[in-house]
Write a protein that binds this ligand. Structure first.
Ligand code: SAM
Length: 279
């Protein structure tokens, strides 16, 4: 990834973007920071992204150590802690980290959650190197100018019994076609630019890489990849969703759950990866 299209983007631009709008922060109508807000945010996140609980497999990490890279506002951080894991969470955005800290305190899980602020491309400069059972990073490394540096840092926190669980955006997905339709640009040479502009709720994300199974294997060259699968097609009307309502987008109104599940395996926006270090 050292020759990727976003290598020259300063990390300060990435930080400013996520500080201006921490991930999912507007996904609940309740007052930000309240108990109702966090409960609602969690319900909504796992309703729209039901593959997360099975992918993270929270209960499996009870009594184990989890390093979460890019915790955002802490939805999965809290789920890991609630399941009994000790979580070290890392986040570039001070605003997001503050919400995660507040969330851990509110739910009296702060003894299980430690939040560090910094650029995960330089993780070992601010998080003491130690071995973790799980390194978990969901939707994060593709937003950093040098994802390969984060992967190389993550290795330092693993031994051969540790597992890496990553979600990165898929290069080929229904979302890509949806974006091309929105923008009315049918130029496959402009995938990176179009995806970066439209990948998040708030437009103009400075860095968004996308991955194929081949590019993931290259990125994880020091790992043995256990599995790679695709999940998640957003089937909701975006306008209604922004008002916290769920109405099916007409394109998906008549598609059965079985058909959706099968299309998600081919065209899902989330590529889920599990890997371990090679000996
Ligand atoms: C799409 S959000 C995902 C947040 C969370 N994992 C979730 O699933 O809700 C991406 C997050 O990655 C963080 N991030 C991006 N680059 C980072 C870096 N180099 N180091 C640490 N965090 C980073 C952003 O600040 C943002 O909170």
């Amino acid at each position: 990834m050292s020759d990727g299209p976003f290598v020259d983007v300063p990390i300060s631009a990435v930080e400013a973007f996520w500080n201006a709008s921490p991930c999912n922060i507007h996904n609940s109508p309740y007052p930000v920071g309240s108990r109702e807000y966090f409960d609602d945010l969690e319900r909504r996140k796992y309703f729209v992204e039901p593959h997360i609980p099975s992918f993270a497999d929270f209960d499996r990490w009870k009594g184990k150590r989890v390093l979460e890279i890019g915790c955002g506002v802490g939805t999965t951080t809290i789920s890991f802690a609630r399941a009994g894991a000790d979580v070290t969470a890392v986040e570039l955005s001070t605003e997001s980290a503050a919400v995660t800290r507040r969330r851990a305190q509110l739910f009296e899980l702060d003894h299980r959650v430690e939040v560090h602020v910094g650029n995960a491309e330089q993780l070992s400069s601010f998080v003491p190197v130690d071995t973790y059972d799980l390194v978990y990073s969901f939707g994060v490394i593709h937003h950093s100018p040098h994802p390969d540096r984060i992967v190389n840092e993550a290795r330092k926190y693993m031994d051969t019994r540790s597992e890496l669980r990553l979600m990165v955006y898929s290069r080929v997905s229904y979302k890509l076609f949806w974006i091309m339709r929105q923008e009315n640009v049918w130029d496959m040479n402009r995938i990176d630019e179009l995806v970066a502009k439209n990948s998040e709720a708030q437009s103009g994300c400075p860095v968004t890489y996308t991955y194929t199974p081949d590019s993931i294997r290259k990125l994880l060259k020091h790992f043995r990849v256990l599995d790679i699968s695709k999940a998640h097609i957003f089937t909701w009307d975006v306008g209604a969703y922004r008002q916290h309502e769920y109405k099916k987008d007409p394109a998906w109104a008549h598609v059965s759950d079985e058909e959706l599940a099968s299309l998600e395996k081919e065209l899902g926006w989330h590529t889920l990866v599990r890997a371990v270090l090679t000996e």
